[in-house]
Design a protein around this ligand. Structure first.
Ligand code: ADP
Length: 731
């Protein structure tokens, strides 16, 4: 506000000074001219007066001369002494006048000279007249004439002087007129000057009044601004959001708001009593830092905010952020802003602890923590301390996961993984194998979540990795144990089926023997019936093949062979198992029925494993129905196309059915209700079916008995499922 004021007055000051200067010049000039006029007027008046006196004197002189002449002439003509009465006086006065005249024209050299000459002439003539008068009685006539002539000379001198004076007078009158004109001009100028001055004074007065009014208004505004600012500052101070103090640079605290007092635990009474002092409030270990701040304040007037601690009245410490500034140069007071950092420190500590907890969690839960950028390049990796064979720190930074050496999975799995990454989707348990320094495989399971910035742009992935080499080894061990177990299970089941199997083998052999005997008979006939023999030999071949198949199948079941996938027809596989168990079924009075769907797509599976499942389920059904004393013993084996585009196999029996409570544990290992049972059959079935990407479950058959179902995916899907599930168990 004051800036505008001074600017406007400066703007105004320049022309004002100019006007004042011009006016002053005019006034001075007018005054000077007036003074000159007055001087000249005085001089002219003096000259005029002197001229008048000169003329008067000359006039008087002329009169006196005339008187003298008349007297003398009278005397000379009459010689009457009465004419001489006034003589002495007149003569003297003529002399006096002549001298006075000389004095009057002293300043005019010509007139002065004339006056001097006149005075001399007068004196000489008067003396001459006196002489004539004295000698009058002796010589009259010519003396009188001489006298008259000599007086004429004086008169002529007087006339000369009068003429000169008159001439001067004309000149004086002209000058007087000029002076009059100048006077008129001067008066007019004075009037103008006065008018202008009056106008200027009025304008100035008005301007001043306006300026004062404006200044008053501005002052009022300024005042209200100051008050408003004051109110704002007060509000800030009283709001008690931050602590505010006013201090002296030596440390005494003069003013403080409630927030500050709360922070340091003092009350207002302590403040007014002057008990608040920086030294007292500052713990000894912070005093050196304080000293630096004081030096900074003295040097540049402000102190950058810094963290320190204050001692509360109760002796405890409070962390604060403090900054301050001196009021103005030359003073030793300033203002300080104090922020209570207790909450922030607590939050920082909580954050630190939480981070530590998180770190601990990560350390114990995961082996690797990693982050990648938008191009899937590693930007951060942390390895658990316990992790053996961790890559050197930073060795993989800047490279993508597929740029570091890996052994598994195959290219197709990596392609799919890249698709997931490029779609910025989360992923779980992506398993890969890396070469370990000892040449073995190191398995890692990686999970990650995509990261997006506040504008929703993808910035990379963050995730964890778990080393699962041990788990993989354990799985491998489990698989081989399962394979052993499954093998044992097969052998045991075959043991159960000995009678049935024996029948299945002996039956075609017996038929072969009988057929051979019949063939011999037909050959012995006359003539030998070769047609019959040929037919019988065909049957013999079939029977031999059948026996061979059974034996081959049994050998396959007994053999410990690695899993081998082949394309097979599910119905055919089922019929083979039914054939093998036929004897067992017949023996137990069970009627095995089939409902096999036609035109089912081929599946890809390990025949031995699949048939082991079917075999286990058939044996279980026969055993269950064997316990039931009454009712029909029927086992219905059906196949159908599965809703999820695979095949569905169901085995429904009319046995006692399943206890609903047992459904949950039915497929668990060692779950059995049989006195001689192992409880491994169904568990093995499940691991086989699941390893092939299928599902197995049980429910109640209607109207009675139990039903077991399993699905198997089709050929192409089978491939994908196997990748998800890992390598097939070597069962
Ligand atoms: P095990 O035959 O040695 O008992 P399994 O795993 O084959 O072992 O069977 C587990 C249990 O499931 C059996 O003990 C039996 O209680 C039940 N179970 C299996 N199949 C049937 C069925 N068809 N009907 C009723 N219960 C069954």
């Amino acid at each position: 506000m004051s800036v505008t004021l001074s600017q406007s007055s400066r703007w105004f000051a320049r022309p004002l000074a100019l006007v004042v200067a011009v006016l002053l010049t005019v006034v001075v000039a007018t005054g000077f001219l007036g003074f000159r006029y007055w001087q000249e007027r005085q001089a002219a008046d003096l000259l005029f007066e002197r001229g008048r006196q000169v003329l008067e004197t000359l006039d008087r002189l002329r009169t006196v001369i005339a008187d003298v002449e008349a007297q003398r002439r009278g005397y000379l003509l009459t010689l009457d002494p009465s004419y001489l009465k006034a003589y002495g006086v007149s003569d003297e006065s003529v002399r006096r006048d002549a001298q006075a005249l000389q004095a009057l024209v002293a300043s005019d050299p010509l007139q002065n000279h004339r006056a001097g000459h006149l005075a001399l002439t007068v004196a000489a003539k008067l003396r001459e007249i006196d002489d004539i008068v004295n000698t009058a009685r002796t010589s009259s006539g010519p003396a009188a004439l001489a006298m008259i002539r000599s007086l004429d000379e004086i008169r002529s001198q007087i006339d000369q002087m009068v003429d000169h004076e008159r001439f001067l007078r004309v000149d004086q009158e002209r000058r007087a007129e000029a002076l009059e004109r100048r006077k008129a001009w001067l008066i007019a100028t004075a009037v103008v000057v006065v008018a202008v001055l009056a106008g200027a004074a009025l304008a100035l007065a008005r301007f001043e009044a306006r300026r004062r009014r404006k200044a008053t208004e501005e002052n009022v505004q300024l005042q209200s601004d100051i008050e408003a600012r004051d109110r704002k500052i007060r509000r800030l101070v009283d709001a008690n959001i931050i602590g505010i103090i006013i201090w002296e640079v030596d440390g005494r605290i003069l003013e403080a708001n409630d927030e500050f007092l709360r922070m340091v635990g003092y009350d207002r009474e302590d403040l007014t009593a002057g008990r608040l002092h920086r030294t007292q409030l500052t713990p000894p270990d912070w005093r050196e830092r304080d000293a630096r701040t004081v030096a900074e304040l003295k040097r540049i007037g402000t102190a950058q905010p810094f963290e320190k601690e204050y001692l509360r009245k109760d002796g405890s410490r409070v962390p604060v952020l403090i900054g301050g500034a001196m009021f103005e140069e030359g003073t030793n007071q300033g203002v300080g802003f104090v922020l209570d950092l207790t909450e922030r420190k607590r939050a920082e500590e909580a954050l630190r602890q939480s981070e530590e907890r998180f770190r601990t969690l990560v350390q114990f839960s995961f082996d690797v923590y990693w982050e990648t950028d938008a191009q899937h390049r590693f930007v951060h990796q942390e390895f658990a301390e316990s992790l053996a064979d961790a890559p050197a720190w930073g060795a993989e930074i800047g490279r993508t996961r597929w740029e570091v050496p890996y052994l598994e999975p195959d290219a197709e799995a990596w392609r799919k993984h890249r698709e997931t990454l490029d779609a910025h989707l989360p992923f779980r348990d992506f398993e890969l194998a890396r070469p370990a320094p000892d040449g073995s495989k190191r398995y890692v399971s990686v999970s990650g979540l995509p990261m997006f910035d506040e504008r929703g742009r993808f910035v990379g992935y963050r995730g964890v990795g778990r080393h699962i080499t041990e788990r993989k080894r354990a799985e491998e061990a489990l698989r081989s144990a399962q394979a052993e177990l499954a093998h044992a299970n097969r052998v045991a089941t075959l043991g159960q089926l000995t009678a049935s199997v024996a029948h299945e083998v002996s039956q075609p052999i017996a038929a072969t023997v009988l057929n051979a005997q019949a063939a011999v008979r037909w050959l012995g006939a006359q003539p030998p019936n070769l047609g019959e023999v040929r037919q019988i030999l065909g049957q013999i071949t079939d029977d031999g093949k059948r026996a061979g198949d059974v034996i081959g199948w049994i050998r396959a079941l007994i053999k410990k062979a690695p899993p081998r996938k082949e394309s097979l027809e599910i119905n055919q596989a089922i019929l083979e198992v039914i054939a093998l168990t036929r004897g067992e079924a017949v023996q137990n009075g069970v009627w095995v029925r089939t409902q096999l769907a036609e035109g089912l797509p081929r599946i890809q599976a390990d025949r031995v494993q699949l048939q082991q499942v079917i075999l286990n389920l058939i044996i279980n059904a026969i055993e269950a129905m064997n316990g039931a004393s009454e009712g029909t013993r029927e086992l219905l084996i059906s196949t159908a196309a599965d809703a999820s585009n695979g095949v569905l196999v169901s085995l429904r029996d009319t046995g006692p059915g399943l206890d609903p409570a047992s459904l949950e544990h039915l497929f668990d290992a060692f779950y059995t209700t049989k006195s001689s049972g192992l409880g491994m059959g169904l568990s093995i079935c499940r691991s086989i079916i699941e390893a092939q990407g299928g599902r197995i479950w049980a429910d109640a058959n209607k109207p009675c008995g139990a039903a077991f179902h399993f699905t198997l995916p089709l050929e192409k899907e089978e491939t994908a499922a196997a990748e998800h599930a890992g390598p097939m168990p070597a069962v």
